[in-house]
Design a protein around this ligand. Structure first.
Ligand code: BES
Ligand code: ZN
Length: 904
C-alpha cells in the first residue's frame, strides 16, 4: 500500500509492462462550484489483448485473483460513487488508498463510472485542476490527471475524450477543452455548459480544460492542403494588446513544419490559453495549449528582445509537439526525451531559420556547457533515457531536453538533411497514433540510412560528458597533417559503485566536423581517403578510444577548427596557443568556432588571472584579448550579432563549470577586472559603437535590430565597467528615453550593478520610477525583481529578503519564486555563496516552505545546493548541513526527497 509519507519507491525501465486494461472512451463531466468541483467519469474499458499478464500466469496462485483486479491511480480525490455496468459497487468490492483505487474483480469489458470531488482553489501544487487568478485550468503532464479523476494515468493508455464543463456563466463565460466544440447550453441558476470532443486518441497527460472570463484574439491559418484552421488566443482582457507576436510566431511555426517536416495541422481549431500561475513554460495539450503568460504575451513596451524570442520558440515548441509528442507519443516516461529532445531540436532549427543561426546555436551551446555539463557532473546526473526514477517531475531536466536535442542533432549530422527527413517521415507514418520508444525513433533513422546505431545508443544510455582530447602533427615533407583523437568519459561519483562491479563506460560514436584554417582562410582537403572530394569541412566519425586521422596534400601547417557548429556535446581539449586562437577568431569560416576561439582566449587569460588573484598578486592585463577585441570592433558592422557574441566574456557560471574547485570570489573579481580593463582600454571604440548603434526609427523586432541593440547595450556595459565619466549620463538617458523594454532594462541593470556611490542614488531612483510605471504588469514586475535579485554588489541576501517582503511578491506564483529566489541562487554566485553560508540557509528555508505548497518548484529550486562537491571544504560543510536539515523534515514530498537523498 502506498503511503504518502513513506520513503518513495524507485521505478525502473526494465520493469515496464504493457497495461492490463485499455480505456477506449473517456467521458468526463466537470461541474465547477463555489469551493469545489465534481468530476463524473465514464470509462469504457476492456482487457488489453497485448498484455502479457492476460495469458501468462506465473504459477503463483495469487495471480489468478489479481488477474481480474483493476488498479487506477488517483490522488487527493474524494470518491462519492462508483459503479460498473450500471451497478453501484459496495465498499467490499474496492479499496481506496492515498494513491490508488483497486477494484477486486472486473469483467473483461465494462463501463466504469466514478464521481469524485476535488478542490481547485486549494490546489497550490498547480497540477491537476487549479485556479490561477481569475480562471480555472489544468496541468496534467506528467501525472496530474490522477488529481482530476481515477484513471490509468500512463502515456501508453490512449483514449478518445469527450468533456463537458458546467460552471457559473458570469464567473466563467468561456469553457474550453481539447478538440472541437459539439454542444452548449444553459442549465438555469445562471449556470451554463459546453461539451468538447477530441477525435484523436490521446494519453491523459494531454488532457486540458479551462473555464474563466477570458478575452480572445482570433486569426486563421490555411494549411498546405487548403484547410482553414481557426487560431484563438485566450488571455485576460488587460492583455489583449500583447497577443500579436505569439499569433505570428504560431503561423510561422505551422508553415515551417509543413515545409521542413511535411507535417500539417490536423484539427480545425488551435487554441492557446495564457495563465499566470504555471510550473513550467507551456504545455502542448491537444488543440488547447496552456501557456505561462511569460511565454506567450509580448509587447515592445513590456517585453525584451530575449522575451520576444522566448515567445517565438515556446509557441513553436508546443506546436511542434502536435506531431512529435501527440500524434506519436511516449510509451512510458523513460522515453520523455523522445518527445522533448526531438522537439527542442525542431524548435532550435526553427529559431535558427527565423533569426540568426549562429546566435541561436551559441545560446544553446552556452546553456549546455554551463547548466547541462554541470548536471551531468553532479549527483543528479542521468542518461538521456534514464534507467530509473522516483518522481518523474524531477526528470524534466536540461539533460532530457538539451542533451536530448544534441543527440538528435548528431543523428541529423551523421545522416545529412535528406536522409534525416526520410527517417522522420518513416517514424511519423509508422507510429502515427502509437505510444513508442526512443529505440523506435532510432530504428527509423537506421532503416532509411542503412547505418548501424548500436554504438550510437551509448549517447542515450550513459550519463556524463565525454572528453575529447586532440593533438596534431604536421609533416611538411610528406605534406601530411595528422589529428590524434582520444576520448574518455569520467565516471561520476554516484556511478563509482557500479563501475567497480566491472561496468565500464563504452566509447561513443562522435561526429567531429573539422576544418583546417590558415591566414588565407580554410584549406580544402580530404581526410584519409584521397578518393573523397576535397572539401573545406568534413565530418569525421570517432568511434574508438583512440583514433588518428591523416590529411594528405596539406601545403602549410594549419590551425585545426574542431567540432564546428559544436557537432557533438563533448568537452574538447586541444592545446591552442593564444596566436592560434586569435587566428581562428578572425579567419575561421565557421561562426560558432570564431566565437568559441574568443571564449577560449578569454578563458586562458582569466584562468591565469585567477591564479594571480589567489596568490594575492596584482592583476595585470595581457593585451592579446584587447587587441583581438579592437580588431573585431574595427571590422565593418555587417554582422553585429556576431560581434556582440564574440565580444562577450564567458559567464561566471561557465568559469565555475570548468574549474576543478570553484572559487566564486576569484571568478567574480577577475571577470569584473577584465570587463573594466577592456572597457577602459577600448573606451573610444565602445563609445563609437554605442552611438553608431542607436536606432533611428521606433522599435521593431527583427534580427538586425535585435543585433544592433545587443551590441549597443554591450558597449554601454563596458563603458560603465570602465567607470568612464560619461557612462552614467549615457545610462541614465537611455533609461529615461528608451521606447522599449530591452533598452530600458539594459540601462536599469547596468545602473543597478554599478559600484560607484553616485550610481547607487540613481539606481534607487530608477528602480522606484520603474516600479511606479509598471506595478500593474506582473510580467514587468518579474523583470524588476530579477534585476535586483541578480545584483552582484555586496548585500545581496538582505536585498533579496526585502524583495520577498514586497507586497507584490507571492510564494504561490512560480514566476515570482523563480525571479527572486531562483535568480539569486543561480545567477548571483558571489552573494549566494557569501561567507557564513547565510545564502544556503535562506535557500533551504525557502525550499522547506515551498515543499508544502508546490513540491515541483521546491525540488527544482534546490539544485544549487546539490552541487556542494564542487566548492571549498568550508562551503561544502555548510551546504551539506542545509541538505541534512531538509532531509530531517518528516513530511517531505517525493520530489524534494529524491533530489536531497541523491545529493547527500
Ligand atoms: N511538455 C512540456 C511542459 C511540461 C513539462 C509540463 C513538465 C509538465 C511537466 C513542454 O512541451 C515543454 O517542454 N515546455 C518547456 C519549454 C520548451 C520551449 C522547452 C518549458 O515549459 O519550459
Ligand atoms: Zn516540450
Amino acid at each position: 500500500m502506498a503511503m504518502k509519507d513513506a520513503q518513495p519507491g524507485t521505478i525502473h525501465l526494465k520493469d515496464y509492462e504493457a497495461p492490463r486494461y485499455l480505456i477506449d472512451k473517456t467521458t468526463l463531466k466537470v461541474e465547477i462550484e463555489q469551493d469545489k468541483a465534481k468530476v463524473y467519469a465514464t470509462l469504457n474499458m476492456r482487457r488489453n489483448p497485448e498484455s502479457d499478464y492476460s495469458d501468462n500466469c506465473s504459477g503463483n496462485p495469487l495471480d489468478s485473483s489479481l488477474d481480474s483486479s483493476l488498479v487506477l491511480s488517483g490522488q487527493q480525490l474524494s470518491l462519492e460513487h462508483i459503479a460498473i455496468n450500471g451497478a453501484s459497487l459496495t465498499t467490499e468490492q474496492y479499496v481506496v488508498t492515498e494513491e490508488e483505487l483497486t477494484i477486486h474483480q472486473v469483467p473483461d469489458q465494462f463501463e466504469l463510472v466514478t464521481e469524485v470531488i476535488i478542490y481547485p482553489k486549494q490546489n497550490t501544487s498547480l497540477e491537476g485542476l487549479y485556479k490561477s487568478r481569475t480562471m480555472y485550468c489544468t496541468q496534467c503532464e506528467a501525472e496530474g490527471f490522477r488529481r482530476i479523476t481515477y484513471y490509468l494515468d500512463r502515456p501508453d493508455v490512449m483514449s478518445e475524450f469527450t468533456t463537458t464543463i458546467i460552471a457559473d456563466q458570469s464567473e466563467c463565460p468561456v469553457l474550453l477543452a481539447n478538440g472541437n466544440p459539439i454542444g452548449s447550453g444553459k442549465v438555469g441558476d445562471g449556470r451554463h455548459w459546453a461539451t468538447w470532443h477530441d477525435p484523436f486518441r490521446k494519453p491523459a497527460y494531454l488532457f486540458a480544460m479551462v473555464a474563466g472570463d477570458l478575452s480572445v484574439v482570433e486569426d486563421q491559418f490555411t494549411t498546405c492542403s487548403g484547410r482553414i484552421v481557426d487560431i484563438r488566443l485566450y488571455v485576460e482582457p488587460k492583455d489583449k494588446d500583447k497577443c500579436g507576436h505569439a499569433i505570428q510566431s504560431l503561423k510561422h511555426a505551422m508553415t515551417w513544419d509543413e515545409q521542413v517536416y511535411g507535417r500539417e495541422y490536423d484539427l480545425d481549431l488551435f487554441m492557446i490559453v495564457a495563465v499566470d500561475d504555471f510550473n513550467m513554460g507551456a504545455m502542448e495539450n491537444k488543440g488547447l495549449n496552456i501557456f505561462n503568460t511569460s511565454c506567450v504575451l509580448a509587447h515592445p513596451e513590456t517585453t525584451t528582445d530575449a522575451g520576444f524570442q522566448r515567445v517565438e520558440a515556446v509557441v513553436a515548441h508546443e506546436y511542434f509537439h502536435n506531431w512529435s509528442g501527440n500524434r506519436v507519443t511516449c510509451r512510458d516516461w523513460f522515453q520523455l526525451s523522445l518527445k522533448e529532445g526531438f522537439t527542442v531540436f525542431r524548435d532550435a532549427e526553427f529559431s535558427a531559420d527565423m533569426g540568426s543561426r549562429t546566435v541561436k546555436r551559441v545560446e544553446d551551446i552556452n546553456l549546455l556547457r554551463t547548466v547541462q555539463f554541470a548536471e551531468d557532473a553532479g549527483p543528479t546526473a542521468h542518461p538521456v533515457q534514464p534507467a530509473s526514477y522516483m518522481e518523474i517531475s524531477n526528470f524534466y531536466t536540461v539533460t532530457i531536453y538539451e542533451k536530448g536535442a544534441e543527440v538528435v542533432r548528431m543523428i541529423h549530422t551523421l545522416l545529412g538533411p535528406e536522409l534525416f527527413r526520410q527517417g522522420s517521415d518513416l517514424y511519423f507514418s509508422r507510429h502515427d497514433g502509437q505510444a513508442v520508444t526512443i529505440e523506435d525513433f532510432v530504428a527509423a533513422m537506421a532503416e532509411v540510412s542503412g547505418r548501424d546505431f548500436s554504438q550510437f545508443m551509448n549517447w542515450y544510455r550513459q550519463a556524463g560528458t565525454p572528453r575529447l582530447s586532440v593533438r596534431s602533427e604536421y609533416d611538411e615533407k610528406a605534406q601530411q597533417y595528422r589529428l590524434h583523437f582520444k576520448q574518455s568519459c569520467e565516471v561520476t561519483k554516484l556511478e563509482e559503485g557500479k563501475q567497480q562491479q566491472g561496468k565500464q563506460k563504452n566509447p561513443y560514436q562522435i561526429p567531429v566536423k573539422v576544418g583546417l584554417v590558415t591566414e588565407q582562410g580554410d584549406l580544402a582537403f580530404s581526410a584519409s581517403d584521397e578518393k573523397n572530394p576535397r572539401e573545406k569541412s568534413q565530418v569525421i566519425e570517432i568511434t574508438e578510444p583512440e583514433q588518428t586521422v591523416v590529411f594528405e596534400g596539406i601545403e602549410t601547417c594549419p590551425v585545426p577548427s574542431l567540432l564546428r557548429g559544436f557537432s557533438a556535446p563533448v568537452k574538447l581539449d586541444y592545446p591552442y596557443s593564444r596566436e592560434e586562437l586569435a587566428l581562428l577568431m578572425s579567419h575561421d569560416s565557421d561562426g560558432v568556432n570564431r566565437w568559441d576561439a574568443s571564449q577560449q582566449l578569454a578563458i586562458q587569460l582569466m584562468q591565469s588571472l585567477m591564479e594571480d588573484y589567489r596568490a594575492s598578486k596584482p592583476l595585470v592585463m595581457d593585451d592579446c584579448l584587447s587587441q583581438a577585441y579592437a580588431k573585431i570592433l574595427s571590422e565593418s558592422a555587417d554582422d553585429r550579432a556576431m560581434q556582440a557574441l564574440v565580444l562577450t566574456l564567458p559567464s561566471e557560471l561557465l568559469l565555475a563549470e570548468i574549474s576543478d574547485e570553484i572559487d566564486v570570489e576569484a571568478i567574480h573579481q577577475v571577470r569584473r577586472f577584465l570587463c573594466g580593463q577592456l572597457g577602459s582600454i577600448l573606451s573610444d571604440q565602445w563609445r563609437d559603437t554605442y552611438h553608431a548603434n542607436i536606432s533611428t526609427g521606433s522599435y521593431i523586432h527583427n534580427a538586425s535590430e535585435v543585433a544592433q541593440r545587443s551590441l549597443k547595450n554591450l558597449a554601454l556595459r563596458y563603458l560603465a565597467n570602465a567607470k568612464t565619466e560619461d557612462s552614467l549620463a549615457l545610462v541614465q538617458s537611455q533609461f529615461d528615453e528608451a521606447d522599449n523594454m530591452t533598452d530600458r532594462l539594459a540601462a536599469l541593470s547596468t545602473l543597478v550593478n554599478d559600484p560607484r556611490p553616485e550610481a547607487a542614488v540613481l539606481a534607487m531612483q530608477a528602480l522606484e520610477s520603474f516600479f511606479n510605471d509598471w506595478h500593474h504588469e506582473p510580467l514587468v514586475l518579474n523583470q524588476w525583481f530579477q534585476v535586483q535579485a541578480a545584483c552582484s554588489l555586496p548585500g545581496g541576501l538582505s536585498r533579496v529578503k526585502a524583495l520577498m517582503e514586497h507586497s507584490t511578491f507571492d510564494l504561490h506564483n512560480p514566476n515570482k519564486v523563480r525571479s527572486v529566489i531562483g535568480v539569486f541562487c543561480n545567477s548571483n554566485p558571489v552573494n549566494f555563496h557569501c561567507d557564513g553560508g547565510e545564502g544556503y540557509r535562506f535557500l533551504a528555508d525557502q525550499v522547506l516552505a515551498l515543499d508544502k505548497l508546490n513540491p515541483q518548484i521546491a525540488a527544482r529550486l534546490l539544485t544549487p545546493l546539490t552541487r556542494w562537491r564542487r566548492f571549498s571544504e568550508q562551503k561544502q560543510a555548510l551546504m551539506k548541513g542545509e541538505l541534512v536539515r531538509i532531509m530531517s523534515e518528516p513530511k517531505l514530498s517525493s520530489d524534494t526527497y529524491e533530489i536531497v537523498s541523491k545529493s547527500l
